[in-house]
Design a protein around this ligand. Structure first.
Ligand code: SF4
Length: 344
């Protein structure tokens, strides 16, 4: 584990910008697991995994955005329970992760030593769920769900399943990359014991093809053996995956390893992350090119989570180019125009 600048200096030749990051004013602490460090190319100061986990001065000289760009606090029923959309809610089971991503959009909460959800908090959330039958899905997130101990994980999913067995539970985690040893036989037995009612979905975050390791692929297979399908939510990040080549390689590697590329998120307007955000113009150009090169199964949805809790909007080229009296006129992704007759 690497928890401080001096820990990092023992294994990395820090750049001027990394050296200038001050531990006295962090919004988000530094924490890099051994597994993440092993993936970083120590000789490349622009390594795409290093950019995601090693803090730099740019974080602390960014005055744009806010610490809660999606206005989650406003839509929270308690510190840990966000009910923004009618049929979905998010339960922040812990603020802890095995490694802290410098692009984390929930840095108002993440890594603040708040700890795991208590039994009392869970009881209150279950009472809310009994009343709010419109909720059909809960994202178990934080922080990282799998930071919870086995017994706490069992308490969380056991209570939720007992209260509302009809609710779909999304298991949100980066631990397949940051702490694959966490996925023990005992952890899978927790899911075997509670594998009734509505399904679980595993929600991963792989941002670069090198993050998909042999260990993470084996973990996905174990979830699949329980009928739990994996979807990947990545973030478009400058210097990490802002090229069509990297995105195509990532999408193919995910799908071949039984993980559906689901979202490619535009970076949220979270303070401290401007240096990692990509302009939407470039993102749209990439999306257009990716759509030509990837199959429908491989293609993630390029999406922006709108500021101030405005919800998700899909970002894509508008292929409907116009109309005349008899036809709709389209841009073909492969060049030229095509017409489709109007139906009267
Ligand atoms: S794993 Fe998720 S919650 Fe944790 S730091 Fe990364 S983005 Fe934030």
């Amino acid at each position: 584990m690497y928890k401080s600048k001096s820990d990092l200096e023992k294994v990395l030749a820090l750049s001027e910008s990394e050296k200038a990051w001050s531990e006295d004013i962090p919004h988000l602490p530094v924490l890099i697991s051994d597994e993440v460090m092993a993936l970083i190319n120590k000789y490349d100061q622009n390594d795409p995994i290093r950019r995601q986990f090693v803090p730099s001065k740019e974080e602390q000289s960014d005055y744009l955005g806010s610490l809660d760009p999606l206005e989650e606090v406003k839509h929270s029923k308690s510190e840990r329970f966000i009910h923004r959309y009618d049929n979905r809610a998010a339960l922040l089971v812990t603020d802890q992760c095995f490694a802290y991503c410098r692009h984390c959009f929930r840095r108002r909460f993440t890594g603040h030593e708040i700890g795991a959800v208590t039994r009392h908090e869970l009881e209150e959330i279950c009472k809310y769920l009994e009343k709010h039958t419109e909720i059909e899905e809960i994202l178990l997130t934080g922080g990282d769900l799998f930071v919870l101990s086995d017994w706490k994980l069992e308490e969380v999913i056991g209570m939720l399943k007992e209260t509302r067995p009809d609710i779909i539970l999304r298991l949100c985690t980066r631990a397949l990359l940051s702490h694959p040893r966490r996925f023990t036989d005992e952890l899978f037995r927790v899911f075997e014991r509670h594998n009734t009612g509505a399904p679980y979905y595993l929600m991963t975050q792989f941002n670069h093809p090198r993050e998909i390791t042999k260990e993470s692929v084996e973990i996905v297979s174990r979830f699949l053996s329980l009928g739990i399908i994996a979807f990947n939510q990545s973030v478009l990040l400058k210097g990490v995956n802002d090229s069509v080549e990297v995105q195509v390689e990532l999408a193919r590697k995910l799908l071949v390893n039984r993980i559906k590329p689901y979202y490619l998120f535009q970076g949220d307007l979270v303070n401290g992350t401007s240096h990692l955000r990509v302009d939407i113009k470039k993102g749209l150009e990439m999306e257009k090119e990716m759509r030509k090169r990837l199959s429908g199964l491989e293609m993630p949805m390029y999406t922006i989570d709108l500021p101030e809790g405005g919800g998700k909007a899909i970002l894509t080229h508008n292929y409907l180019a116009g109309e005349d009296e008899n036809s709709w006129i389209f841009d073909s992704p492969y060049g030229g125009k095509r017409e489709y007759p109007k139906i009267n």
